[in-house]
Design a protein. Sequence first.
Length: 118
Amino acid sequence: MTTLPSEIKRTALGYCWRVYMDLQEFNTPERHDYNEKRELPLTWVHSQIKLLEESEAPKARSGEFSGGTGYRSVNWDAEYWMAETKYSKKRNEYWNEEEARKKRPVKVYTKKELKKFQ
C-alpha cells in the first residue's frame, strides 16, 4: 500500500487541530459520576462484616458451582452471576455467518482518485 500524499495528511492534521482546540473550550463539571456520599466510615463496614459472619451463609443453588464442595469450577453462565445468560440473548436475524466468512476485495485508491475527494 502506498503512503498518503502530504496534502491529505496536512488536511487531516488541520482538522484534528480544530477539534482539539474546540475541546479546549469545552466547559463541563470535572466528573459526572462524582458522589459526595460514596465514602463510608470504617466502623459501618466493620459492623456489616460482623453481621455477615454471624448470619448463616446463603446456600448455593444447583448449577452455580460444580466439582464438589471445593468449587473446583464456576458456571459463569448461571443466572446468579450474569445479568443476562448467553442463552437468553437475542440473535441478530440479519447476520449471515456464511457471508461473513467470505473474503472481500479491498479498494486501494490511486492518487488521481484521492484528489477527487478533496
